[in-house]
Design a protein around this ligand. Sequence first.
Ligand code: ZN
Length: 283
Amino acid sequence: MKWQGRRQSDNVEDRRGLSGGKVAIGGGVIGIIILLLNVFGGETGQTVGAALEQMQGGQQTQTEAAAPLSKEDEEMGNFVRVILADTEDIWSKIFEEHGMTYKKPKLVLFKGSVQTACGGASSASGPFYCPGDQKVYMDLGFFEELKNKFGARGGDFAIAYVIAHEIGHHIQTLLGTSAKMRQAQEGKSEAEANKLSVALELQADFYAGVWTHYNQQNLDVDDIDEALSAANAVGDDAIQSKMQGHVVPDSFTHGSSEQRMYWFKKGFKTGDIRQGTTFEEIE
Ligand SMILES: [Zn+2]
C-alpha cells in the first residue's frame, strides 16, 4: 500500500509504551482458545474480558514505566494512522452522500493487555471493536500470529483489511445494525444466533471491501491478495480444522473462508453500501 507521506489520523491512542506489563496468559493454549473464540473480535470484548478475569484469578498486572518504542513500532504506528485517516475520509464521504454524518472512532494500539468499556482484554483476543466506547483495539502482534499460526501471507494490506473490518463494526453501530442484530438474537437457538453473528461479521468484511474500492489509487499490486489471504485464514472453517481437526458449521460466528472472501470482494467490486445484504442472504 502506498501510505508514506500521506495524512495521519489524530484518533490513534498509542498505549504501547504504557503496557500493563507482560500478561502471563498472552499465548499458549489458552491464548489460542481465546483467539479461536474471538478472531477479529467483532463485539464480543465483554465475553473475552470475563474469561480473562477468571483465568487471571484476580491477579493484577503492574503498570510499568513507559518503555520507548522501537523504530519498527513507530513505523507501524504511522502506517495505522494513515489507514485510519483513509477510513475517516472515505466513510465521511459515503455517509455524507447518504445524508448522514460520520462519527470518527478512536483506535487504540496496545501491547499485552488493555482495559476497555467492554471489559479487560489481552492480545490473545485478537483485534476487536467495542461499541461501548466506540474504539477499535489492536495489538499488532496479532499479525505475526496470523502469518505464523494461521498461514496468511501477511503484508501491510492484511493489517489494513483487519482495521477496515473493525471499522465496519463501527459503521454497523452507527447505523444501528448491531443493536438490531443483538435484539434479533434474543430467544433464538444457539445455531440461529450464530447465523446472525455470521451475517454481521460478513457485512463488516463487505464494508472493508467497500472502503478498499474507494482507496484504489493507493493500492499496490499485491494488496487485494493480501486482504483475501487474511480473510481466508480467519474463516471459521479454516480455524476449526486447524484447531480441532473438524468443522462444525452451526458453531460458525464469523463465516467460512469462502464467504469472507466473497463479501470482501463484493464490497470491493461494487463500492455500494446498499449491497451488503448479508442478513438477507445468509440462511
Ligand atoms: Zn468482526
